[in-house]
Design a binder for this molecule. Structure first.
Ligand SMILES: Cc1cc2nc3c(=O)[nH]c(=O)nc-3n(C[C@H](O)[C@H](O)[C@H](O)COP(=O)(O)OP(=O)(O)OC[C@H]3O[C@@H](n4cnc5c(N)ncnc54)[C@H](O)[C@@H]3O)c2cc1C
Ligand code: SF4
Ligand code: SF4
Ligand code: SF4
Length: 371
């Protein structure tokens, strides 16, 4: 039976919850707003399945991709609506054209982040762009397994630990499954996001949120929230919510000991921002977003080759130093404990104590994270 004694050792993928044959594992929010499994010992039959599907307990070995690429979606509008080069949409559209189903993270009607699926091109819209909050997987592994068993093509996208969780949950390979993991340096607390949003606008008045608004530039992106009576559009270095995220204060504890980086998710394709592209492949840089794409399996490589996107071979080893979170976990900041103590005492006002970062200092922090 799964027991969480160290919160660094649960990434919240819900594989255990969904696999339990007695449905006796509750997912309970802690005081930081992250969900953890809590089995009901009176119902548990000690079958051990929850432990067998856990991506933290069953970590594989790190591995390098077969090939790496710089890639850009040729549709400028799609790229503008995406976080980096818009390659997620190219891959998802192809699956939908083949009659398949795409799973990804979206905002629900309360602007919380959750996993869901779509079978249409229009449905892809809500999966586009990074949401810097932990997405709730819910029952999507079970749904994906049902579609796979029916012989439908499935593209499942998520953070690396969510893809590792899916692979352990399924416990066997499916030819009709393609997986994408998006590189991430961490996911922020859904509770901090919920409470922050209330300080901006009542959620029912919000029309649109872009957590990676590239309207001005890819590197200098903004958080934009458009509401009926109040709207904001602030740079990451100025916005209080994004400061808590980019300073790694509000991350899930497992993100400091990530179980799924460096190819351990066993995804077919990994997507990241191609930071450093201006130095390594300048012809693929226009500051509107370039994807760093890793083909991890021959299935992933074959699928990427079938897309009509602008793609150039990249050198994995010389690209990773520009984006260390592809391989390494974020370092837990010393200030994290004080941040959460202050949150427990003062609530969301804790964000007010975070100071906007001057551009040169912000660049230095980003360089340190990258290193
Ligand atoms: C929380 C988070 C942090 C990230 N941090 C980095 C980073 O530090 N360095 C870096 O190189 N890249 C990072 N990325 C990945 C990167 O920004 C892009 O998501 C990726 O390159 C795909 O971009 P795209 O243009 O192809 O498509 P997009 O349309 O931007 O991709 C959307 C994809 O992201 C998934 N997604 C969005 N939000 C979430 C979420 N909360 N949980 C799970 N999946 C989600 C969707 O399901 C979809 O698959 C991060 C992504 C996320 C979600
Ligand atoms: S041991 Fe089996 S029954 Fe008990 S919580 Fe785990 S999966 Fe459920
Ligand atoms: S990492 Fe996933 S499978 Fe493991 S205990 Fe946490 S929620 Fe369950
Ligand atoms: S850093 Fe690792 S543990 Fe945290 S969300 Fe990303 S993949 Fe999961």
């Amino acid at each position: 039976m799964i027991t969480i004694t160290d919160k660094h050792r649960c990434c919240g993928c819900e594989a255990c919850v969904q696999r339990c044959p007695k449905q006796c594992i509750l997912f309970v929010e802690d005081n930081e707003g992250f969900l953890y499994p809590t089995p009901d010992v009176s119902v548990c039959i000690e079958c051990g399945l929850c432990e067998k599907v856990c991506p933290v307990l069953n970590q594989g070995d790190p591995k390098h991709p077969l090939n790496a690429y710089a890639a850009i979606n040729q549709d400028d509008d799609i790229r503008a609506m995406s976080s980096s080069g818009g390659i997620f949409t190219s891959m998802a559209e192809k699956i939908i054209e083949d009659g398949g189903i795409v799973f990804g993270a979206r905002f629900n009607d309360k602007w919380e982040v959750e996993h869901h699926y779509t079978e249409t091109h229009e449905g892809l819209q809500e999966f586009r762009k990074s949401k810097y909050v932990q997405s709730r997987i819910g029952e999507t592994y079970i749904l994906a397994e049902n579609f796979l068993k029916q012989g439908r093509k499935v593209l499942f996208s998520g953070t690396s630990c969510q893809i590792a969780g899916l692979n352990y949950f399924l416990r066997k390979p499916y030819d009709n499954l393609l997986t994408i993991d998006v590189v991430c340096h961490g996911v922020a607390s859904p509770k901090i996001w919920r409470e922050y949003l209330h300080t901006v606008s009542p959620v029912e008045d919000i029309h649109q949120i872009s957590m990676k608004d590239k309207a001005i530039s890819w590197r200098g992106y903004k958080l934009t929230i458009t509401g009926k009576n109040n709207s904001i559009s602030e740079k990451v270095s100025q916005n209080k919510y994004m400061l808590s995220y980019s300073q790694n204060l509000s991350l899930r504890p497992s993100c400091y000991q990530c179980p799924a980086k460096a190819g351990k998710s066993c995804s077919d394709v990994t997507l990241a921002d191609y930071w450093g592209v201006e130095k390594l492949i300048p012809e693929m840089n226009d500051d509107r977003g370039t994807s760093f794409v890793c083909a991890n399996t021959s299935k992933g490589e074959f699928f990427l080759k079938s897309l009509s996107v602008k793609m150039m071979k990249a050198d994995y080893a010389s690209s990773v130093p520009f984006n260390a979170c592809i391989e390494r976990s974020t370092i837990e900041p010393a200030a994290r404990t004080a941040f959460w103590e202050s949150y427990q005492n003062n609530g969301i006002a804790v964000l007010q104590s975070l100071k906007p970062i001057r551009a040169n200092i912000f660049k230095r922090i980003i360089r340190r994270i990258v290193k």
